[in-house]
Design a binder for this molecule. Structure first.
Ligand SMILES: *Cc1c(COP(=O)(O)O)cnc(C)c1O
Length: 391
């Protein structure tokens, strides 16, 4: 049993071979030599590629170190998310999506409904957010009788910690409730990364993520993946990838694999910086609603401690400034932090999330992604920008 820092530097690498590189370079091939039978590991570039194979093995080792898992890499996180939904759901099925999930889920919802799939919304009750108690099974607040939204559902989608709200949901508890009703469970593990949380160990059938964010961490690759321990579920997802052609490029796959070697370093440094930033922000009068699962005062903290890996609560801190103009002045005054969307990169970024529409957040809501800068420098920059923004 090795630690994560040891695991990530070798994950997915072939056995050392004389005069060969540790991580073989990207294989650029639309097709492979294929004499005779149309069989073998590599036939056509939309079906498989050795660079994917190595990356998928690596991610599988991180998502499920103790049991074999099947991982399927995709061109983006959305390609991975939709692969699970559209490979599993049929007309007449019901699916439960989170009310506070990734901003493109409403578009996915519309598409699912157009195919005759019933989409129910799980919203955490206000009690769940305000207390440190374990969240209830999600309930659809649109129904007076609060019927259990899981009844008769085929799939439950969980995003935890959620983006950008940073609420934490109890994977084990929700997975047990879903499985008792015969529903599959998928968890969006983007924010935590497999080093922060292992949904398959907590009972999920699928761990799905955007590798665009903290997993690859350099802001230069779009990538997604699905991991599952069930070979039949993996086959369905793989067939979907082939059918719609949502394949990652060999170069992106190789860059992603290369980035994994520093994942433990990055996750540790970014989580430490995020904790320091959240703590500093909590002392500022003009800042409200500071959220970070690692903050002991955060409503999600107790659950995060039970379900996430120690000290790895992610790199995102969210908070609210008094209004839109105040938030814009703050972002402009930052010098070490780029005003940019996305999160998880080595360079800190922040944005006023309401500029996109689509998320249920106040105008002054800032999503801050902490990079690997020295926390002292970053916090000094943030405090100076907050002072400048008061004017
Ligand atoms: C970014 C993101 C996605 C989508 O990933 P892409 O790689 O941008 O397609 C999905 N879920 C979460 C939680 C995300 O942050």
């Amino acid at each position: 049993m090795t630690g994560d820092g040891t695991r990530v530097v070798r994950a997915g690498l072939p056995e050392p071979a004389a005069h060969e590189p540790a991580l073989p370079g990207p294989v650029f091939a639309a097709h492979f030599h294929l004499p005779g039978e149309a069989a073998g590991p590599y036939t056509y570039g939309r079906d498989n590629n050795p660079t994917w194979t190595r990356l998928e093995a690596a991610i599988g080792e991180l998502e499920s170190p103790d049991e074999p898992a099947h991982t399927v890499a995709f061109a983006s996180g959305m390609a991975a998310i939709t692969a699970v939904l559209f490979s599993q759901l049929r007309a007449g099925d019901a699916v439960v999506l989170p009310g506070d999930g990734y901003q493109l889920l409403p578009a996915v919802r519309t598409r699912l409904e157009s195919y005759g799939i019933e989409v129910r919304t799980a919203r955490p009750s206000t009690d769940d957010r305000a207390s440190t108690s374990v969240p209830h099974a999600p309930v659809d607040r649109g129904h007076d009788a609060r019927p259990d939204v899981l009844d008769g559902a085929r799939l439950l989608w969980i995003e935890t910690p959620s983006n950008p709200g940073l609420d934490v949901y109890d994977i084990r508890r929700l997975a047990d409730a879903a499985h008792a009703r015969g529903a599959l469970v998928a968890v969006d593990n983007t924010l935590a990364t497999p080093l922060g949380q292992r949904p398959l160990d907590l009972g999920a059938d699928f761990s799905v993520a955007s590798g665009t964010k903290a997993l690859t961490g350099h802001g230069d690759v779009l990538m997604g993946y699905v991991s599952t321990r069930d070979p039949a579920l993996a086959d369905g997802v793989r067939l979907w990838r082939k059918t719609v052609g949502a394949i990652p490029g060999p170069m992106e796959s190789w860059l992603a694999h290369r980035s994994l070697a520093t994942l433990a370093l990055r996750v540790r440094q970014q989580a430490e910086g995020a904790m320091a930033l959240a703590t500093a922000l909590a002392d500022r009068r003009e800042v409200t609603g500071v959220r970070h699962p690692g903050l002991p005062s955060d409503p999600s903290h107790a659950l995060a401690v039970r379900q996430m890996r120690p000290g790895r609560f992610g790199c995102v801190v969210s908070f609210v400034l008094p209004d839109r103009a105040h938030a814009e002045r703050f972002l402009t005054a930052l010098t070490l932090v780029d005003d940019a969307t996305s999160f998880g990169g080595v360079r800190s970024t922040a944005e006023r999330r309401a500029r996109w529409g689509g998320d249920d957040v106040p105008e002054g809501f800032i999503r801050f992604s902490v990079g690997v800068e020295d926390p002292e420098d970053l916090i000094a920059d943030v405090l100076r920008a907050l002072d400048a923004a008061k004017a």
